[in-house]
Design a protein around this ligand. Structure first.
Ligand code: DAH
Length: 364
């Protein structure tokens, strides 16, 4: 029979020599595995006489325990060493300065930045921000806005339609942000004062049109709102947006099914010497549509037009961005050209503020 003391010395020596967890595992299997040396000894217990087993049993089991313990201890030692090595190799020197321009590498695309700036100006005038889905129903995009079936205005919108469902109903990509007027009024109680920025879609593409573009809808409903309020809001907004002391507007009669009266708004500009300057000169440029909300639209959301009235407007974000920053091709917004973005994009640390804008108009 193997001398237990010699076996123990050999195994303990092997454990001490083990260079890594892998070695240690080999040693464990050689001693305690199914065919291991200690396991073989344990099997011999069965053939022993009772007296012999009483002596050998505790000795062999004791050896098993000692070796198991020694392996565990060595294992723990290995994992402590591994952890120490990892900590040393992964040390980060937090005292290192950050790369000089790291925080200034990327650029914000002008469109989301301008939407942020515009929202900031309107929020300062007390407008909340509302949202609606890009995929709309015919009802919200047209019918509820007083554009019934077969109305010529539907053709003007070059709508992207989805496949009709079993009942012949077709969803569509909203052609304007005006449906958010309806959704927000349906879900709330007057008075209302909000803007709704978002994506809009029309089947159109050239230098001044892209199939996807951005609008900001505005709506104010209360008991005594009149055209003068609308004009003040638009003048104040446009002056602040273009960072001018004041802004002359020209309101031209127009037609939208959801407003009565309806107007198109032009801003004063100069095109002298081939450069466009906003806020001076004798030319005019159209920038948005607006009007007093049509009584039928109010009825469609359950409001009594004898009690409630207000104004609405819809402005093109992309166009106003082009005007403010001298961008002459609308399609550049969607080209993902990094050189363009470096030039026209905004620093990620830029925050909208009104410090430069004209605040003389006072609070709303
Ligand atoms: N929804 C119109 C369009 O996309 C823009 C518009 C005009 C919105 C007049 C309004 C409005 O709220 O009053 O052409």
């Amino acid at each position: 029979m193997t001398d237990l003391a010699t076996l123990e010395t050999d195994i303990q020596a092997a454990i001490a020599r083990a260079e890594n967890i892998g070695h240690l595992e080999e040693i464990r299997i050689a001693a305690l595995g199914k065919k291991g040396s200690i396991s073989a000894l344990l099997k011999t217990l069965g053939q022993m006489s009772n007296e012999e087993r009483l002596i050998q049993g505790p000795l062999i089991n004791g050896l098993k325990d000692k070796i198991t313990q020694a392996i565990e201890t060595r294992k723990a030692q290995f994992s402590r060493e591994a952890m120490r090595e990892r900590l040393i190799s992964e040390t980060i020197d937090v005292t290192l300065p950050s790369l000089p321009q790291a925080s200034n590498q990327g650029r914000m695309h002008p469109i989301p930045q301008v939407i942020e700036d515009m929202s900031f100006i309107f929020a300062d005038m007390g407008f909340a921000i509302a949202e609606g889905p890009d995929i709309e129903t015919d009802f919200y995009n047209f019918t509820a806005l007083n554009i019934p079936e077969a109305h010529p205005a539907r053709q003007m919108h070059d709508t992207f339609y989805f496949e009709p469902d079993d009942k012949g109903n077709r969803l569509l990509l909203r052609t304007h942000t005006s449906p958010v007027q309806i959704r927000t009024m349906e879900n709330g109680k007057p008075p209302f004062r909000f803007i709704a920025p978002g994506r809009t879609y029309r089947c159109d593409s050239d230098r001044t049109h892209t199939p996807m573009f951005h609008q900001i809808e505005g709506l104010a409903i209360d008991k005594h709102i009149h055209l003068g309020h609308l004009k003040w809001v638009l003048e104040t907004f446009l002056a602040r947006f273009f960072e001018l002391d004041n802004m002359s507007l020209r309101l031209r009669p127009s037609y939208f099914p959801f407003t009565e009266p309806s107007m198109e708004v032009d801003i004063q500009c100069s095109r002298a010497h081939g450069t466009l300057q906003i806020g001076k000169g004798t030319d005019w440029m159209e920038v948005l549509g607006c009007g007093m909300v049509h009584p039928q639209v109010l009825k469609n959301v359950g409001l009594d037009p004898e009690l409630w009235q207000g104004f609405a407007f819809g402005l093109g974000v992309d166009r106003l961005t082009m005007l403010k920053y001298g961008i002459d091709d609308l399609r550049a917004f969607f080209d993902a050209d990094l050189r363009w973005l470096k030039h026209y994009g905004f620093s990620p640390l830029y925050m909208p503020h009104l410090a430069k804008a004209n605040l003389a108009g006072g609070g709303a």
